[in-house]
Design a protein around this ligand. Sequence first.
Ligand SMILES: Cc1cc2nc3c(=O)[nH]c(=O)nc-3n(C[C@H](O)[C@H](O)[C@H](O)COP(=O)(O)O)c2cc1C
Length: 176
Amino acid sequence: MSKRDITPTDREIVMREDDFIVSKTDLKGRITYGNRIFIEFSGFDERDVIGSQHNLVRHPDMPRGIFKLLWSSIQDSKEIFAYVKNISRDGSYYWVLANVTPSVDANGNTLGYYSVRRKPNPRALPIITKLYRDMLNEERNAGSRDAIAASTQVLEQFMKEKGQSYENLILSLQSL
Ligand SMILES: Cc1cc2nc3c(=O)[nH]c(=O)nc-3n(C[C@H](O)[C@H](O)[C@H](O)COP(=O)(O)O)c2cc1C
């Protein structure tokens, strides 16, 4: 079954308090490792996951602007925290708070990337859901070429209203 056949449903799978969903990718975002819980939440067989692009679990409700921020950070050797809505093979969705980091060798060369996801604060999710919906709407209105710039502006406006940097915003939502 390919990712194109997945129809999103309203069924949510909730992470358990002590779950960690872990995956590693190469420099191009192809999955090189997924822990048992990653495989479980994806709904795929391990052999279908390893070697696939990480957008295998991309949910259509996610704005492109968030992935742009994610890739810009890690390609700039910086870690990032992000709330991400992912899709399972059966169309269910699950929210995570991801911490994505570059894996660096002794000489400082980036070998790949690493993501550890834990259960997001349920109180943060209505706020993030609305923010991402607003970002996605702007992306649709702006059209493909200007989508990322348009949704990044929505995110920046949101941070400005809250008077917080992106990092502080995410971490404060997690402790709401
Ligand atoms: C280590 C790592 C973990 C990632 N985890 C996810 C994830 O859990 N969900 C997701 O949708 N994208 C994840 N991505 C981002 C994807 O590579 C991709 O940019 C995103 O799904 C958007 O795909 P698209 O550009 O094909 O639309 C991850 C990337 C890296 C490097």
